[in-house]
Design a protein. Sequence first.
Length: 162
Amino acid sequence: MRRLSLAFVLLFFAIPVCRGQVAENKYLKWLNEDVPYIIEPSEKKTFLALKTDAEREQFIKEFWVRRDPDPDTPENEWRDEYYERIAYANAHFAFGNAPGWRADRGHVYIVLGKPDAVEATPSGEIWTYNHLPRAGPTAGPREKFEFVRIPGTLDLRLKGGD
């Protein structure tokens, strides 16, 4: 009976801890898997300093509102497209046990969207973008990304990338 009581007490106190870990993991997943390529360093620092789940939920809501191209509509078209890009990357660029969003092609696809042209080469692929969205002043009117095959695998990595 004593063992049963001890087990019950441990379970009683463990449940809230586990719930907290699940919630914490939900937010760490959002930070580290959903938005790692688009969150600004200052936003990440702010997010990591938040103390409550309510604050985290509010931050996430505001994060997407800031990126909404048309706040007058009930949908956030940019967020919806962003998550569609992640799903596409996971479906088409996964390699081995790594999800597609972690692959170099997945990273570029998530951030820039579908390339205007894809050229197969003997060593991999070249993606061409005729116009880069949100590219900044250093991007030219046409940008190319070359992905090369890793020897002995079917995986492609961004040429010159790490």
